[in-house]
Design a protein around this ligand. Structure first.
Ligand code: SF4
Length: 405
């Protein structure tokens, strides 16, 4: 049953409250009866979009699983209540804790599994290892299938071999996965473009945000995928940190968003959703405040004005040196591939956003053992000259090096 407060909460009140100030208070209301999902108000349910030409529809907001899910089951319940039914996890997230947490939720709420579009990822690139990781993921989550299975974090399509294609077909025939694709944070445009030509990729999760979405190569790559029937999920949609109020552009932008009742974070989501080719946004929402603010943005139908987009574009240009665009093929060629510059940039961002653990896991699993020596031995000045974002690569590599044990 809903509380009397909830019965009186109109959609407009909800948006005003959740979008501006009181999300944590709202989220702490007793919103979680056993039959919460059955009582969901369609007007307060996040909309869905077709996922490419797969025949599936997904919620336009996806719950990213890079948080302590076992201890935060209430977030999953809350996501369900508001129709955030696309859940994203990975074999490696939290060293398995993310998938175990989802399994814990399905165990307590078995009726909800069929309502969820469940995504997980294999870090492995070899079919045999992928099978092992898939079985582990199924077991951890207590489910017999994964709706969309990704090869995790590729920077080119070389790992998508014919053996992997056969592996994906077999896993589909066995019913263990329904769809197959990959996620990418590096060289996204070339990954998307060549995936569109493969003919057997169902879905892609790619870095995509207000900084990248207007670039011609990104527009062409997304278009090619759409024509190939590939569903696209955007991630890293915040494009770096929060908007400060240092420059004129930022002050103007912040003022316009406040007038409309948005935060800058919500506006960045809306900018991505305004492209109908993007099926969903995967967002890390580790607490109810962020989750409710994002739900509020997804329910809100006010569009950004052309002036808002213009200011965001100006802001993207003004602050480009603080954002790594993932074009690893440029800087890593300059250092002969000896240092994974783009990965390190991303993990520096993770460290600031998600804390120590992701950075430590990355160092443990992905960094060459002699990375400190490699960084110390390299002159990054030619990479800096070629970096389109004008990032101080040398300085940031030394900062990363200092963080390593
Ligand atoms: S450091 Fe510069 S060149 Fe390298 S991936 Fe980032 S934006 Fe691209």
């Amino acid at each position: 049953m809903k509380s009397s407060d909830q019965k009186g909460c109109s959609r407009r009140d909800f948006l005003k409250t959740a979008g501006a100030v009181g999300v944590s208070a709202l989220a702490s209301q007793p919103l979680f009866p056993q039959d919460a999902a059955a009582e969901t108000d369609p007007n307060m349910t996040v909309p869905k979009r077709p996922f490419g030409k797969t025949g599936k529809e997904v919620s336009i907001l996806s719950l990213g699983g890079m948080f302590d899910i076992p201890s935060n089951q209430i977030i999953l319940k809350l996501a369900m209540k508001f129709g955030v039914t696309y859940w994203d996890t990975a074999h490696v997230y939290g060293n398995g804790v993310s998938e175990t947490g989802i399994g814990k939720y399905f165990q307590s709420n078995p009726g909800d599994r069929s309502k969820i579009f469940l995504v997980s990822k294999a870090y492995a690139k070899d079919p045999e290892e992928m099978s092992v990781q898939l079985e582990t993921s199924l077991q951890r989550m207590g489910t017999d299938h994964i709706d969309l299975y990704f090869m995790h974090g590729i920077g080119d399509t070389d790992p998508l071999t014919d053996d992997v294609r056969k592996w994906a077909e077999t896993a589909k025939k066995q019913g263990k996965i329904k769809l197959f694709g990959f996620s990418t944070h590096q060289n996204m445009q070339t990954c998307l473009m060549s995936a569109a030509k493969l003919g057997w990729i169902d879905g892609i999760m790619t870095t995509y945000n207000f900084r990248l979405m207007h670039q011609n190569d990104m527009k062409e790559a997304v278009q090619a995928c759409i024509e190939a029937g590939i569903g696209i999920t955007a991630m890293k949609t915040q494009g770096g940190g929060s908007v400060k109020t240092v420059s004129d552009t930022e002050i103007q932008m912040a003022g316009r968003f406040v007038q409309k009742g948005f935060t800058d974070k919500q506006a960045k989501l809306k900018a991505v959703w305004e492209n109908p080719d993007i099926a969903s946004i995967c967002s890390q929402m580790p607490n109810s405040t962020i989750l409710m603010a994002n739900i509020s943005a997804a329910l809100n139908k006010t569009n950004l004005a052309s002036k808002d987009r213009e200011l965001m574009h100006q802001y993207a240009m003004d602050t480009c040196s603080g954002y790594c665009a993932g074009c690893a093929y440029i800087c890593e060629a300059e250092v002969q591939g000896r240092v994974p510059v783009s990965d390190i940039m991303r993990y520096l961002m993770y460290k600031e956003t998600y804390g120590e653990r992701e950075f430590s896991d990355f160092v443990e699993t992905r960094m060459p053992k002699d990375i400190k020596q490699r960084i110390a031995a390299i002159d990054f000045s030619s990479a800096e000259r070629r970096c389109p974002q004008k990032i101080e690569i040398g300085k940031l590599m030394r900062k990363a090096s200092a963080m390593l044990a």
